[in-house]
Design a protein around this ligand. Structure first.
Ligand code: AMP
Length: 306
């Protein structure tokens, strides 16, 4: 099965929701992404952590089969993010972002890593995203990217530069509006597609996901869950299911893309059921398959028997 490379943050997250809180739990865009994608295909994780990063977190990734040979342990402190959510779990409020070892992380990709055919540029400094893309020996079959308000506000020009070179962008609805400078989501989505990516996937939290590709919109609801504890990482977990499935099929046609949006939604629906990666660490392939079928049932209008 074709391999997938991800560059992004590996973090220690402190998160509070109305239902509980965690301090310095395992997080990071590349962490959630790689863990989720590993249910579908082989994943290589490119990132850096500090010397303070707990070893058991590395073991967790290794045990899932994530290839961490390109995860560099640098002198200094691990990236830290803290955020909180109100009863509307759709919007994270960032309280603090400490880049720490990411502030001057300059990875050099090995020959082997430069040839990985699927690439995900997870939420991190767009300068780093572009650097990794330009180090690839040949253009990967698919390049997808995710970002957030921190970079949209702080490094807009760099972000526009890398956006112009990717095939797919995954972004949440508030950030899509901010990036496009356009409150209407349909217009914002079209405006982002005009920045470069042929496919735009907008993550809408409890309202599901919207894909714009080839001038066509496709929508999937979110799975109706009774208990949502922590939405942190839902977007990256979605992207892990989405790109992981595409890589596993080695296809990026319209029908496969639609199925990939459902697999992304399936993975995100599990991630929010507990804090950090806790639910994902208990997840099985069978549960993924069952929820995929349940997603089809959610919107089927005519029953098979008529
Ligand atoms: P999401 O999937 O959008 O909920 O992403 C949550 C993850 O993004 C958290 O685990 C954070 O560690 C990570 N994160 C937050 N801010 C940043 C940032 N500015 N750059 C990279 N990663 C971040």
């Amino acid at each position: 099965m074709p391999e997938l490379l991800v560059v992004g943050s590996v973090a220690l997250d402190s998160v509070a929701t109305p239902f509980g809180a965690v301090r310095e739990a395992l997080g990071g865009s590349a962490t959630f992404f790689s863990y989720s994608a590993s249910f579908f295909t082989g994943v290589r994780l490119l990132a850096t952590v500090g010397e303070d990063f707990p070893h058991e977190h590395l073991d967790l990734l290794k045990d899932r089969g994530v290839n961490i040979a390109s995860l560099q342990i640098s002198q200094g402190r691990t990236f830290r993010w803290s955020g909180e959510y109100g009863y509307d779990l759709n919007e994270a409020k960032t309280l603090d972002t400490q880049l720490n070892v990411f502030a001057d992380f300059k990875p050099i990709l090995t020959e082997e890593v430069r040839r990985v055919p699927y690439l995900f540029l997870a939420n991190i400094d767009p300068v780093l995203q572009l650097d990794v893309l330009h180090q690839m020996a040949e253009r990967p079959r698919l390049v997808a990217l995710d970002t957030m308000n921190f970079w949209i506000r702080g490094k807009r020009d760099d972000l526009l530069r890398v956006l112009a070179e990717v095939d797919v962008v995954t972004i949440n609805d508030g950030e899509a509006r901010e990036l496009a400078g356009e409150p209407n989501l349909v217009r914002a989505t079209r405006a982002i597609a005009a920045m470069g990516p042929k496919t735009v996937v907008v993550k809408r939290g409890e309202y599901g996901a919207l894909m714009f590709s080839g001038n066509t919109f496709f929508m999937v609801p979110a799975y109706p869950l009774e208990s949502v504890y922590d939405p942190t990482g839902a977007g990256d977990t979605f992207a892990g299911g989405f790109v992981g499935y595409l890589a596993s099929m080695d296809r990026v046609d319209a029908a496969t893309m639609r199925r990939a949006v459902v697999y992304g939604s399936v993975m995100a629906s599990f991630a929010v059921e507990d804090f950090s990666l806790n639910r994902l660490t208990r997840l099985t392939r069978d549960e993924i398959g069952q929820r995929y079928v349940a997603f089809g049932d959610l919107t089927r209008v005519e029953s098979a028997s008529g």
